[in-house]
Ligand binder design. Structure first.
Ligand SMILES: [Zn+2]
Length: 281
């Protein structure tokens, strides 16, 4: 097997839009970075332009999205842009942000995939390292179950069921590659339950939320703009979130994630468990 090399993007590219929770207009800029730089966010709106590495040990909040923080550098809702980067094989990139949250775009990862395609990617000299899962892991948390088992590919099997809705159980299992992510997961939009809307508004969250960037589940129906993009868009978005959260391992993963009703709390707890185990090994 040929040795895989690290990759970065060929040129600087930017994307602007409304951020989901804060409602600000935000600009995100991807810049090429050196070998072994990793994926790093930089808050260019703050004095000293502080940075925070996309790493599970930097996570400080997981309620409606994943927030990472290092000193003054706080970045919310990192998962959709991270899913696009890791799935497309970008190992090294500097992500400049002029706000604490990236644009939500259409609630999926597709606009970020298109941004990476616009930049193009280029191979570097250093060898790519993988996070290789070498034994089974099990986690049960709230209503979620996440198992991670060894596999020579990166696979996700995911089941979702919402007790508060009449929607059928959704299940999907696939190997995640650059192509399969783009085709089968990247367009799945974020969603929320109708009854959560009041809570979200009162909590000052989802200020930028609308049917332009989210689906809303109400009983047995899904309110969405222009219909669903996949019949099982919910489970696909959950898998997209898993790809983004597991990017916080700091390296692309080889292993099989088997998740039942996953969310950011369980995803991130599993990532932290894997990181801790690897450090101790
Ligand atoms: Zn999401």
């Amino acid at each position: 097997m040929s040795v895989e090399k690290q990759r970065t993007i060929k040129k600087t590219v930017s994307y602007q839009g409304i951020a989901l929770h804060t409602g600000f207009r935000a600009k995100l800029t991807l810049r090429p970075a050196d070998e072994n730089h990793g994926i790093v966010f930089r808050r260019i709106d703050l004095p000293g332009k502080p940075t925070v590495r996309a790493c599970g040990n930097k996570v400080t909040e997981v309620m409606r999205g994943t927030t990472i923080e290092d000193g003054d550098a706080v970045v919310n809702t990192v998962e959709h842009v991270l899913a696009a980067l890791v799935s497309q094989g970008v190992d090294n990139v500097m992500i400049d942000m002029d706000r604490p949250e990236p644009p939500i775009a259409d609630g999926s990862s597709l606009p970020f995939i298109e941004l990476i395609e616009e930049a193009g990617t280029v191979e570097q000299e250093a060898e790519r390292e993988y996070f290789v899962v070498d034994k089974p892991y099990y986690l049960e948390m709230d209503h979620a179950i996440i198992n991670v088992v060894p596999d020579d590919k990166f696979r996700i099997s995911c089941t979702v069921k919402y007790d508060q809705s009449q929607l059928d159980t959704q299940f999907l299992s696939m190997e995640v590659t650059a192509d399969s992510f783009k085709k089968d997961l990247s367009e799945a939009r974020t969603f929320c339950m109708y009854f959560e809307l009041e809570y979200l508004m009162k909590a000052g969250l989802a200020r930028g939320g609308s049917l332009d960037n989210a689906n809303v589940i109400h009983g047995s129906t899904i309110l969405s703009k222009d219909g669903l993009r996949y019949p099982d868009e919910i489970v696909r978005h959950k898998m997209l979130d898993i790809v983004g959260d597991f990017c916080l391992l700091g390296k692309p993963m080889k292993g099989h994630i088997i998740a039942v009703k996953p969310g950011h709390p369980s995803n991130v707890t599993m990532v932290q468990k894997l990181l801790k185990d690897q450090k101790e090994a």
